[in-house]
Design a protein around this ligand. Structure first.
Ligand code: ADP
Length: 467
């Protein structure tokens, strides 16, 4: 029967792999001590794994004479080379001294994994030194030999059979358990290796996909940058010429003509804003965003932003207000970028607030942990204050609000909550993504809180003391 998982192993482990040498050696020694019979175990390659060495005095005696020493050596060599076959059972090997060895195969599931040798021992029927011992070497001391034989313990064949079958049985159990353990470990290793290989393969595939995506993304950014740049130049002319027409530089316009040119100019400006956003996005994605810091007060910036959005707010009938707390520290930041952030946020507030609502922009100074949510590490703590000073600029509206599940997504490029074909509000879904990139580049962040149907508050948090 083939054991499950055997195909994975590809080969049967040798006895040496299966056995715990310490345990098996201890077991054999205890048998030898009990019965006075030596035990040797060899694996299928004839490597000796166990030898309990109970050399008998008579063997030592025989080994002192040349003739018997040669015979003894030959017999031991034959014993070592013996390859008992499957199902052969225990074989008897007789020594010229009358002593006896028994050799049994160690089998497991149709294979001979090695052999076990018992002996030497003297069979019970043996009486004295064999007569032909002197023929092998004339110088043997016959009386001394007789004395040695007298001292020998004799073993009955049934006793020997019993011991052998017992040991072979125990060996069988040990082989079985050891083999199962080996198989389990090996199967585990094989499955881990297979899983590891599979994981490596998947990682490689993922890496390739990632590289392809990066390449596509780079191509997209290049395309956006080139197209946007090429569109901007003619568009600036369209807006410029519309302005000149409206200013009467090409003569008076009839009211209807004026209205049409006004529309051309407004649509042109919307398009220009979109192109500028795309260019900004390209710059952010390519890592080419540069921050040019200057020190400036926040109050005038808020007024400027409010002025920019006032016409739109008035057209919708919205209340627009701004406020700055007294004694605000100046910001050290890129004024143009921060202005754009606030224009984007205020623009959204106006866009997503229905007529009759209000939009406010408020600034206040505050402090917060240097790394929000994390403990400041001790080394830094000694040299730097635990908290940092920040300026919080809030854009608060009473508009349509944003569902909770959308709050993290709205900062993704091109993401819009209402992205259906029947969209009510204009825009490309870039304003927040660009605003966040600008703020992050300053070491700050944008927080948002919103209740659908009641309004939203976007808070720009900027560090005050950045160099
Ligand atoms: P755009 O305004 O051009 O669509 P943004 O990136 O500025 O793109 O905003 C992404 C989306 O976030 C908007 O389409 C809208 O769904 C939502 N949003 C942003 N600001 C507000 C706001 N003040 N009130 C309600 N929804 C908002």
């Amino acid at each position: 029967m083939t054991a499950p998982g055997e195909m994975l192993l590809g080969r049967r482990p040798s006895l040496g792999d299966i056995f715990d040498p310490q345990a098996i050696s201890e077991l054999c020694h205890s048998y030898t001590e009990l019965y006075g019979i030596a035990i040797k175990i060899f694996d299928a390659e004839n490597r000796k794994l166990v030898d309990t060495r109970a050399a008998l005095d008579v063997c030592k005696f025989i080994f002192e004479y040349h003739g018997t020493k040669v015979r003894c050596t030959n017999l031991v060599t034959d014993l070592k080379r013996a390859r008992p076959e499957l199902g052969q059972g225990t074989q008897t090997v007789n020594c010229f001294t009358g002593l006896r060895y028994r050799v049994a195969p160690l089998e497991y599931e149709g294979d001979v994994l090695g052999k076990i040798i018992f002996g030497p021992y003297l069979p019970v029927e043996w009486t004295g030194a064999p007569a032909d011992l002197l023929k092998l070497d004339g110088s043997i001391d016959a009386t001394a030999a007789e004395v040695h034989y007298e001292k020998l313990r004799r073993a009955k064949p049934e006793t020997i059979e019993k011991i052998i079958s017992q040991i072979v049985l125990v060996m069988g159990v040990m082989i079985h358990t050891g083999y199962r353990m080996q198989l389990t470990a090996q199967t585990h290793i094989e499955s881990m290796t297979a899983a590891f290989k599979e994981q490596n393969r998947q990682t490689l595939k993922l890496q390739e996909s990632y590289e392809k995506l990066m390449e596509l993304d780079r191509l997209k950014s290049n395309f956006l940058a080139t197209v946007s740049h090429e569109l901007r130049t003619p568009l600036t002319s369209v807006i410029g010429y519309s302005e000149m027409l409206l200013d009467g530089l090409a003569g008076d316009l009839a009211p209807e003509q004026r209205e049409y040119v006004q529309t051309i100019m407004e649509k042109g400006e919307t398009l220009l804003k979109l192109i500028t956003s795309l260019l900004d996005l390209g710059r952010i994605e390519s890592g080419g965003l540069k921050i040019q810091r200057e020190r400036f007060p926040v109050g005038p910036l808020l007024e400027e932003v409010e002025r920019t959005l006032l016409p739109q707010a008035q057209r919708k009938g919205l209340g627009l207000a701004h406020g700055t707390a007294a004694g605000l520290p100046p910001l050290h930041a890129d004024r143009e970028r921060i202005k754009q952030v606030l224009v984007n946020l205020l623009g959204n507030a106006v866009k997503f607030t229905p007529s009759g609502g209000t939009v406010e922009v408020r600034a206040e100074a505050s402090t917060e942990p240097r790394r929000p949510g994390a403990d400041v590490d001790r080394a830094r703590d000694l040299f730097e204050p635990r908290d940092r000073r920040v300026l919080k600029i809030r854009v608060i509206d009473t508009g349509i609000g944003i569902p909770r599940a959308e709050l993290t997504k709205i900062f993704d490029s091109f993401y819009q909550v209402d992205a259906g074909s029947t969209r009510e509000y204009g825009g490309a879904g870039l304003g927040l993504s660009i605003a966040r990139s600008f703020v992050v580049a300053h070491g700050g962040r944008i927080d948002v809180e919103s209740t659908p149907g009641r309004g939203s508050t976007f808070t720009v948090v900027l560090p005050v003391d950045s160099d």
